[in-house]
Design a protein around this ligand. Structure first.
Ligand code: AQP
Length: 331
């Protein structure tokens, strides 16, 4: 079976609709067709200042949400990144193969460091995409389901794999991004040209998976729509309505043209009401299952320990070969 790998950062108390539609929802069917490895990437989370108690809580909340969204511990290997030391070991090796200029071209670093001022941003934030490359390559992943914001990082991953293979001999599988066009970028409800983001969206712009139906509905009803009153898909002139159409289509499985016909002549109100219902209906069972899983921390930690053990075995196989090829003496 081909192997799939993806990760998500525990950087907030809930995932949002963008994380869910752009990434997590794809993870569930892929566990039926692929050898699936999914990770809560806590090492990535500390690239920005992080409170230890928050990190601990958010890591468990993230794992619980992933199980609640449909990951089955029998069919997927779900683990916490810091439990598998091979990630950081491979990251160092790949850092030594990456040019400063090459790393400096990563747009996510530019965007995120702009929030702190580039000199206050950590070196970890700068090397983030190289750790991500290690996350993927250490499992020899064939496919990586992500949102559009990760395209550039995937390209770097492929470049580093090719460079290593060329210099030291064929070692790494070249991974392919798995991006669903329709949901690759869910945008902020208040700023429909920016992506919905845990760290940069305002509370009114973001729909959290663990939020109660009341506030979810309110936010959808207050989402920025565009001038005019027709429900039309037009990314350029109607980015707000187009985002809601993409969301509604993804959540209900109804093609966008069919939605456009359905709401013809009805104005934005009726349409938004249905989007609000679809979001609340999707998130409510996930929230309830997440709360249940979090009520038994020992069981959650046990499942994560099993995942880490399986992940370590695969990662170590790669590292045995990598260490030898680099020229490190056996221990
Ligand atoms: N708005 C989005 N639309 C589609 N996909 C998205 N993803 C994130 N935002 C959207 C995808 O979610 C996965 C996990 O993301 P992450 O935890 O690595 O964080 P991120 O990409 O940096 O997303 P955020 O919300 O902006 O988090 P912070 O603020 O912590 O950096 C990825 O596959 C991503 O593509």
């Amino acid at each position: 079976r081909p192997r799939v790998l993806s990760g998500i950062q525990p950087t907030a108390d809930s995932f949002h609709l963008g994380n869910y539609l752009g990434a997590v929802r794809q993870w569930v069917p892929l566990q039926e067709t692929h050898d699936a490895f999914y990770s809560v990437v806590d090492l990535h989370a500390i690239t920005v200042p992080t409170d230890p108690a928050d990190l601990r809580r958010r890591t468990r909340v993230a794992a619980a949400q992933l199980f609640a969204a449909g990951l089955d511990p029998e069919r997927s290997t779900l683990f916490v990144q810091s439990h598998v030391r091979q990630h950081t070991e491979l990251a160092w090796i790949l850092i030594c193969l990456t040019g400063m200029g090459e790393a400096g071209r990563m747009t996510q670093f530019k965007d995120k460091s702009a929030r702190f001022g580039e000199s206050a941003a950590s070196v970890g934030l700068f090397t983030y995409p190289i750790l991500q490359a290690a996350d993927i390559l250490v499992y020899q992943a064939d496919s990586v389901p992500v949102g559009a914001d990760q395209k550039q990082h995937l390209e770097l991953t492929r470049d580093l794999a090719q460079r290593f293979n060329h210099r030291f001999g064929d070692t790494f599988t070249l991974p392919e991004p798995y991006i669903l066009k329709e949901v690759e970028k869910i945008t902020d409800l208040q700023d429909p040209t920016a992506k919905m983001s845990k760290s940069s969206s305002s509370p009114a712009g973001i729909l959290d998976v663990l939020e109660q139906p009341g506030p979810l509905r309110k936010k959808v009803m207050r989402a920025v729509t565009d001038t005019g009153s027709e429900v039309l898909f037009d990314e350029e002139n109607k980015p707000g309505v187009s985002n809601l159409l993409r969301i509604q289509s993804a959540l209900t499985g109804t093609p966008i043209p069919e939605l456009v016909t359905r709401y013809q002549g009805q104005g934005y109100g009726a349409f938004k009401k249905d989007v609000a219902e679809a979001v609340a209906d999707t998130f409510t069972p996930i929230r309830e299952r997440t709360e249940k899983l979090l009520s038994d921390e020992a069981e959650l930690d046990r499942l994560l320990a099993i995942g880490a053990e399986r992940a370590r075995q695969v990662a170590e196989q790669t590292m045995i070969e990598v260490r030898d090829r680099i020229g490190f003496l056996p221990t």
